[in-house]
Design a protein around this ligand. Structure first.
Ligand code: SAM
Ligand code: SF4
Length: 323
């Protein structure tokens, strides 16, 4: 379907939970209490039903995110239900990887095609400082993902000046050695204020300069895509494929937006960087939901661009919306 700005919307990102076993500096709100599986979170059947309605509108790409999706005990059935929809061509999972190792093959068999694994550092102390978790657990998950038969495994790295900027080149080298793309993401003003100071912000352009200083000039790949996200890619001389997600500094960032989001608590969200949401939970539970009409309304409400800088709302955490 086309939105009011002529963009084809065929990608649904679904937050299956706002719970997480990590506490990333830029993601988890201080004192956040939403850890229990809550009754206002969509059930597996409700998630698959919503995805099926999206499929009826021609959605082809789905991604399961959170929170940490693998904390849901019914995750495999959600994945299998969406993978089985007739239009599904790609079903991604965004994960911190720490719970991935034992289930990677099962997820692949259930129909997950692509893994985005968050890895902000290769130094265990920095990793722990950023996430509160153990680097070894994330690396075990990554190893299992690479050994399974997924079509794509990518790394996601959030850029933070003074926190992980000396990790960028090691991460590029690591990604090249494992022949997987690495994507650097600008810090977005979601959830927590304390890490969102200009002092912590590292732009994609600055990250590129740092990488080029050590690895030589990057070759920009204007037409290259490694999935369905907004990254712009470049290639390093060592063969690394590097994606830059410059949500705050890329002026035409929203021009190719192709997605809707479904939050863990059943709201359709036309844009990550604007706070308008359409409730789907009450109609679903009330037995009168016209999901096709609600999805169509969400597409009709997609804004031209985000308002990250101007409209920060810390009470709507990234974990609930789904990054
Ligand atoms: N738990 C999973 C993970 O960490 O990959 C999936 C959910 S997480 C919210 C999805 C992605 O959003 C991760 O790559 C994470 O680094 C990114 N993210 C979270 N908060 C962010 C922020 N404030 N700015 C930029 N990226 C952020
Ligand atoms: Fe959890 Fe992912 Fe958020 Fe980190 S980025 S706190 S791993 S949901």
């Amino acid at each position: 379907m086309l939105d009011p700005f002529g963009r084809t919307i065929d990608y649904l990102r679904i937050s299956v939970t706002d719970r997480c076993n990590e506490r990333c500096l830029y993601c988890m709100p201080e004192g956040y209490k939403g850890w229990a599986q809550r009754p206002d979170h969509l059930t597996a059947a409700e998630l698959v039903r919503t995805a099926a309605a999206a499929s009826g509108l021609g959605f082809r790409k789905f991604r399961l995110t959170g929170g940490e999706p693998l904390l849901r005990s019914d995750f495999v059935s959600i994945a299998a239900g969406i993978a089985a929809l007739p239009t599904t061509t790609s079903l991604g999972l965004s994960t911190n990887g720490t719970r991935l190792a034992p289930v990677a093959r099962e997820l692949c068999a259930a129909g997950i095609t692509a893994i985005n694994l968050s890895l902000d550092a290769l130094d265990a102390d920095i990793y722990h400082r950023v996430t509160g978790g153990r680097l070894a657990d994330a690396l075990a998950g990554l190893e299992a993902a690479l050994a399974a038969d997924f079509e794509v495994v990518k790394l996601n790295v959030v850029l933070m000046r003074g926190v992980n900027e000396d990790q960028l080149v090691p991460l590029v080298r690591f990604a090249a050695a494992h022949r997987m793309p690495v994507r650097f993401i600008e810090l977005m003003p979601l959830t927590r204020t304390d890490v969102l100071s200009p002092a912590n912000f590292l732009s994609c352009a600055d990250a590129r300069v740092r990488i080029e200083a050590e690895l030589g000039p990057l070759e920009t790949l204007p037409d290259y895509r490694a999935g369905h996200g907004p990254a712009r890619y470049a290639r390093a001389a060592n063969g690394a494929t590097i994606g830059f997600i410059g949500a705050l500094t890329t002026t035409d960032f929203c021009e190719t937006c192709n997605k809707l989001r479904l939050t863990a608590d059943g709201k359709l969200r036309p844009c990550l960087g604007r706070h308008g949401e359409i409730d789907l939970l009450a109609p679903l539970r009330g037995g009168e939901a016209d999901l096709t009409a609600l999805l169509t309304e969400a597409i009709a409400n997609k804004p031209a661009d985000h308002t990250f800088q101007a409209d920060y709302q810390p009470d709507r955490p990234m974990t609930a919306i789904g990054g």
